[in-house]
Ligand binder design. Structure first.
Ligand code: KG4
Ligand code: ZN
Length: 340
């Protein structure tokens, strides 16, 4: 029996080209992330075609760097883990084709990973004691989901957004406030100087008992507020708007997550995704979990946003259960999490 399993992992689903080397699922030997944020900033959002081209330009260098930093070579790798969905199809295809080429050339298994299973797995890297079952709260630029995780590869989505994802709503509100892109971290920073009770934006809970989310009403509320203040000739306090909007969104997310964990009898909540970096969300969730006797797990800021180490971790646990793919694996832009 081999002492160690080394995984070369690749992530390219959106605007980060990343490669990592991970030992036995949880030990990160390298995690190289080449971000395209500066490239897309001028457009106010990710431009898919430009993202694909940049992935193509960067992928080989990023993989070389990941191997170099890990002190390993491609010959040492036991398997290749790669994100195959959801995400931008052109962007996904760059990472997937690269992974397939390595798999074929070296004769090692290819393991396709759902991007969100990767985000959840960031927590296994961060917390050596963490094991399923738990409730995962995934908040990212493309998703806001509550996932009941009963095993490393067994999970059920029990709630999701019906319109905008949380990160998407943050990015749009930041744009109308003229803050720039990506908006999440900018709103987070500005909100620290504002009053969270200044403007009572709508908290949308949907039907009684619903575990779904909807943020477009709150977002529209912000747009309407800004327009009406402008029309009345009043100066907008951007920090107050940022703080009030953030509070309205996070109150709903935290409330629903804690309620779902309680209903399902889960004693742990695992936070994941880019918006997991939000300081207000972390504080509110910490407090709510403390009050309810739930244990909270959060990834470090580096592991919150897209990176290949989390994909390597998820791939390892798939490989352990024999969930290996072949070269027919295709990119699936709308891959549902239930299908993992
Ligand atoms: O998970 P991620 O890197 O990409 C997706 O898979 O979507 O998430 C990116 C999202 C962006 O919408 C960004 O604005 C948001 O995460 N984000 C934040 C913060 N940091 C990143 N949102 C709120 N507060 C933050 N501190
Ligand atoms: Zn992501």
């Amino acid at each position: 029996m081999k002492q160690q399993i080394l995984t070369l992992a690749i992530e390219s689903s959106c605007d980060e080209t990343s490669a990592a080397v991970v030992r036995n699922g949880r030990e990160v030997l390298s995690n190289i992330i080449s971000s395209q944020i500066d490239v897309h900033k001028v457009f106010g959002g990710v431009v898919p075609e430009i993202a694909s081209r940049h992935h193509l330009d960067n992928i080989n260098q990023v993989v070389d760097q990941a191997l170099l930093e890990s002190g390993m070579t491609l010959d040492d790798m036991d398997m290749i883990g790669v994100t195959y969905g959801p995400g931008l199809v052109g962007a996904l295809l760059i990472g997937l084709s690269t992974a397939k080429a390595f798999s074929l050339a070296k004769g090692i298994p290819l393991v396709g990973v759902h991007h969100l299973q990767g985000h959840i797995s960031a927590n296994y890297i961060e917390h050596p004691d963490l094991e399923p079952p738990f409730l995962a709260l995934i908040v990212s630029g493309g998703h806001t989901s509550l996932v009941d995780v009963s095993g490393y590869n067994e999970m059920k989505v029990i709630g999701g957004t019906r319109d905008d994802a949380a990160g998407e709503a943050f990015d749009k509100v930041a744009r109308v406030l003229g803050l720039g892109y990506p908006g999440g971290p900018l709103i987070d920073r500005l909100a620290k100087e504002g009053n969270k009770d200044a403007v009572p934006f709508k908290r949308v809970y949907l039907e009684k008992g619903s575990r779904d989310f909807s943020f477009s009403g709150t977002k529209t509320g912000v747009l309407n507020y800004i327009n009406s203040e402008k029309q009345a000739g009043r100066e907008i306090n951007k920090a107050d708007v940022a703080a009030s909007f953030q509070q309205a969104v996070m109150e709903v997310i935290v409330g629903k997550a804690v309620e779902a964990a309680r209903d399902l009898g889960r004693d742990k909540i695992v936070l994941a995704g880019g918006v997991a970096a939000n300081s207000c969300l972390r504080e509110m969730l910490t407090e709510a979990c403390h009050e309810q006797g739930l244990k909270l797990y959060c990834p470090s800021l580096l592991l919150c946003t897209d990176n290949a180490a989390m994909i390597g971790c998820a791939a390892y646990y798939r490989y352990q259960e024999g969930l290996v793919d072949d070269l027919t694996l295709d990119a699936v832009p709308g891959l549902p999490l239930g299908s993992v």
